[in-house]
Design a protein around this ligand. Structure first.
Ligand code: HEC
Length: 166
């Protein structure tokens, strides 16, 4: 029984990782939204911006992504409607695996548009007409400001690599 449960969790994990790799791949080939944004866009060391971002986070994101950025319970498994719960934005999630630009685009335009997946069903709202670009950058800067230094550095490297690859 226990062994089977581990097996099930393993299979689900593989599927989740595959979906996100697929999204990342599609994203690379999708029309480049916001070509002006490249490399490091967030400022996790800007105290004023981060405190604004924190307010925005609790007003708009915390209800799903958690007061401690821990995500929804059981976030690796689709819920009863077949939709993914909100993942954590702390070091346990995969937010830090994505570049600043991609995180900005997910938040502003939504998964469907950035990955060119028409009809992709998700609970993640689209913030294009809700938050200004500055506010999206502030909230994502806040999220980054909470990561341990090691994770921040790895994330900086991803941003730098993405510029080099273009
Ligand atoms: C109603 C619930 C809800 C709210 C509110 C919400 N999100 Fe999400 N978010 C989700 C869900 C669900 C996902 C996973 C989407 C999927 O896989 O289909 C997600 C995914 C994300 C991702 C991608 C993470 C990754 O690792 O790929 C980012 C970035 C994100 N949200 C940022 C935000 C920000 C910033 C806010 C506030 C401005 C916010 N979200 C508000 C539900 C929410």
């Amino acid at each position: 029984m226990k062994k089977n449960a581990y097996k099930k969790i393993g299979i689900i994990l593989v599927i989740v990782v595959a979906i996100f790799s697929f999204l990342e791949m599609k994203y690379k080939f999708s029309a480049k939204l916001n070509p002006k944004l490249a490399g490091a866009v967030f400022s996790p060391n800007d105290k004023e911006l981060v405190s604004l971002g924190k307010e925005i986070y609790f007003a708009n994101c915390g209800s799903c992504h958690g007061a401690n950025l821990e995500g929804e319970p059981n976030w690796q498994n689709p819920n009863e409607n077949g939709l993914m719960p909100a993942p954590p934005h702390d070091e346990n999630g995969h937010t830090w695996h994505h570049t600043d630009k991609m995180l900005f685009d997910i938040t502003k335009y939504g998964f469907g548009k950035i990955a060119n997946l028409q009809g992709y069903k998700t609970n993640m709202p689209i913030y294009e007409n809700v938050l200004s670009d500055e506010k999206i950058i502030a909230v994502l800067s806040y999220i980054k400001s909470t990561w341990p230094d090691k994770i921040k550095q790895q994330h900086d490297k991803r941003n730098a690599d993405s510029v080099a690859a273009n």
